[in-house]
Design a protein around this ligand. Structure first.
Ligand SMILES: [Zn+2]
Length: 292
């Protein structure tokens, strides 16, 4: 049987169908429509085009194990809706749904950068900071389905320049994603230098040798290393896989292991860090494999 995967984002919806031996036999991308009913209908239409097969869907947010409603989504149309139940009705098949970062984590653990490793901790650094944890090829959800939400762990060991801690949308102060994300980089650079630059512009300036931009990336790497060292102390993964925009900065990812090592409890821990293998196609591949 084929495995159909859907990756829904704020701007586009991707669909693939994988044959039993993992070959892509169908592929389509459409813009995300406005309105909840339209989103559900569009996904159902894509599945119909993809044909017979199991259906796995990745989307921002997650299903509350208590209420069955979709929560913590930055795609407002889906917020608080019985998203999976409505999709099952529209598609006429059982559906497995998962947080989009978890889908990427699963894909990277099963046949990407983390292949063959028992414990894979995954970060996706984009506008926000997503995370996922895969152990022995299975996503770890936890009793509240909140395991692996690394972006909302606190920034560890803040130094004096990092006070007062930054307010997060989740209601707390000092969450990791306020520091390690495109938005975090932009805000930190503006605070220290007074320059309004996008994350991409800061990266480009650093590559051109601009000392202020290089210092901003250095602070980012130091904070990311602290966050990774905190995760290392709790679960000591075999590998940390980094995806999203930051994975396009190989030099920054390469700096992480020695920095994490310095912040580890022993001061000498070895934590391999690898860039994600599949780029933006990772999410939809992981969604297709939710029935594996
Ligand atoms: Zn938060």
């Amino acid at each position: 049987m084929n495995r159909i995967g859907i990756d829904m984002g704020g701007t586009k919806i991707d669909c693939v169908a994988l044959s039993p031996d993992g070959q892509v036999v169908f592929e389509k991308r459409v813009p995300t429509p406005r309105g909840y009913e339209a989103v559900v209908a569009t996904i159902a239409e894509l599945v119909k085009l993809a044909g017979e097969g199991s259906v796995g869907i990745g989307a921002p947010g997650s299903e509350s194990p208590k209420t069955g409603l979709w929560r913590n989504s930055n795609v407002q149309d889906t917020q608080g809706k019985p998203f999976r139940r409505d999709l099952e009705k529209a598609i006429g098949r059982p559906v497995r749904m998962e947080n989009d970062a978890n889908c990427v984590a699963l894909s990277e653990a099963l046949d990407g950068a983390g292949v063959g490793k028992p414990i894979v901790a995954f970060f996706t650094v984009g506008t926000a900071l997503g995370g996922g944890l895969v152990v022995n090829g299975k996503l770890v959800h936890g009793i509240n389905a909140e395991a692996g939400e690394f972006g909302h762990t606190p920034l560890p060991w803040p130094n004096e320049s990092e006070w007062p801690l930054i307010q997060c949308f989740c209601g707390k102060k000092g969450c990791a994603e306020k520091y390690v994300s495109g938005t975090g980089l932009q805000q930190d650079h503006a605070k220290v230098t007074g320059e309004q630059k996008s994350g991409k512009e800061i990266v480009a300036a650093a590559r051109a040798g601009n000392p202020k931009a290089m210092a901003s990336l250095d602070r980012l790497a130091d904070r990311f290393a602290r966050i990774c060292a905190n995760i290392q102390t709790i679960i000591d993964p075999d590998v940390i896989v980094v995806g999203g925009g930051l994975s396009e900065l190989p030099e920054l990812v390469e700096q992480l292991p020695p920095r994490i090592s310095r912040y580890s409890f022993s001061g000498t821990a070895q934590v391999p860090v690898l860039r994600a293998a599949f780029g933006e196609k990772s999410g939809v591949r992981g969604a297709a494999r939710l029935w594996d």
